[in-house]
Design a protein around this ligand. Structure first.
Ligand code: HEM
Length: 391
């Protein structure tokens, strides 16, 4: 793979064979060293690559606004992810009231149950597609449960699964978005009439300073949760399996020492993150990576590059499941830090040990190229594996 130009991000947004990914990381390394902040003529935006700069762009909301994420028609429109303070604070406080550690912990049993059901469907066959048989349905069913979507409806998410794609996020999927809005408006009306113990009911009555979320804000938040929580967690599971099947000796080690799982999950989040980049817009003139960037410019911050910056991580290209200090950028940082991080981590900590335990001899099917779409979310389409059939 030879990029058209070393500075053009646009050329990166395509489908990749996973074997090409080291070349993308080599490009990040060149950019961090030679051109840490650069203007991309094709995308009309700046790009930054170093940990320090990515962290500043993502965290410093007074100089880098999140408003561009709310472009008209985008799935992020009207949601907290596209707001700056003070609007962001109000929405985030409301969301925190409903998205409590208790509400997340309550999902543990459900996650275990769904994982076991999905494993039972494949255990006797000795083969499965990690994506369609586990990584997709598990987070979809969990978000459905969290929101309070009736279980018979969870598979409507299948149709909406593409909402994590960059195209969709940037607004080219109007009809699907309208369909989702209609669905959630109806569900919301039902829960207002007869509340249950679910997130939609909790959000519809949550108050800050006597203010509640408007209907539009609520509906947008539900679609955001789907967009933000489904494809990302799906790819955390798939990326984990990619990383450990690339290093088969680790599979056995993790089976023997399940206590290593939490740091192994953090290492996958750093090494092959589900979210590769975030956008912001400058509110004022700024200096970044030795460049002067004027106000009102789009900035693309490469989280995946920051995660491999040797200024922050020792031996950054080494996959180390015991990495001690792992302050990766994969969940963002600062006021927009991922609301769903505890849930994504909980899901991973339940599903992955169960998979390793029950799928002995797990390995990728040789000769089948693993293809992934590079967007905001890094999406693995299919990941066929084999293991020892049981029963
Ligand atoms: C491995 C899985 C996940 C990854 C890598 C991830 C990544 C991120 C990142 C990078 C941000 C920051 C956005 C920014 O600064 O502009 C974010 C925010 C957010 N995430 Fe996640 N996410 C994951 C799972 C989830 C889940 C499971 C949910 C909910 C069910 C969720 C809901 C949200 C929400 C609502 C925000 C907006 C927070 C705010 O703007 O204050 N995420 N996520």
């Amino acid at each position: 793979m030879q990029p058209q130009s070393d500075s053009q991000a646009a050329t990166r947004f395509r489908q990749y064979n996973l074997t090409e990914i080291p070349q993308v990381y080599a490009w990040f390394e060149r950019m961090r060293t030679n051109q840490p902040a650069i203007y991309d003529e094709q995308m009309h935006m700046w790009q930054v690559f170093r940990y320090e700069d990515v962290s500043a762009v993502v965290t410093d909301h007074s100089r880098f606004s999140s408003k561009p994420l709310g472009l008209v028609g985008s799935f992020f429109q009207d949601t907290l992810v596209a707001k700056d303070p003070p609007e962001h604070r109000k929405l985030r406080n409301l969301v925190n009231q409903a998205f409590t550690p208790r509400a997340v912990a309550r999902l543990s049993d459900r996650i275990t149950r769904v994982t076991q059901e999905l494993l039972d469907e494949v255990r006797a066959t000795g083969k499965m597609d990690i994506v369609s048989d586990m990584a997709f349905p598990l987070p979809a069913k969990v978000i459905a449960e969290l929101l309070g979507v009736p279980s018979e409806d969870w598979n409507i998410f299948q149709k909406w699964a593409r909402i994590g794609d960059t195209e969709s996020l940037m607004g080219s999927e109007r009809s699907m978005q309208e369909e989702m809005s209609d669905y959630f408006s109806q569900l919301l009306a039902e829960r207002r009439r007869s509340p249950r113990e679910d997130l939609i009911s909790a959000l519809s009555i949550a108050e800050v300073d006597g203010e509640r979320l408007s209907e539009q804000e609520l509906v947008s938040f539900c679609t955001l949760l789907l967009a933000a929580g489904q494809e990302t967690t799906k790819n955390l599971i798939a990326n984990f399996i990619v990383c450990v099947t690339d290093h088969p000796e680790l599979l056995e080690r993790l089976r023997q020492e399940p206590d290593l799982m939490p740091t192994a999950i953090e290492e996958v989040l750093r090494y092959l993150p589900p979210v590769w980049l975030l956008f912001r817009m400058t509110t004022t003139d700024v200096e970044l990576g030795g460049q002067h960037i004027p106000a009102n410019q789009f900035v693309l911050a490469w989280l995946a590059s920051a995660n491999r910056d040797p200024a922050q991580f020792a031996n950054p290209d080494q996959f180390d499941i015991q990495r001690a200090s792992n302050r990766h950028m994969t969940f963002g940082h600062g006021i927009h830090f991922c609301v769903g991080a505890p849930l994504a981590r909980l899901e991973a900590k339940i599903v992955l040990p169960m998979m390793l335990e029950q799928l002995k001899g797990l390995q990728r099917v040789e000769g089948v190229p693993v293809m992934a779409d590079m967007g905001i979310v890094f999406v693995i389409r299919s990941l066929p594996v084999t293991f020892q059939a049981e029963g």
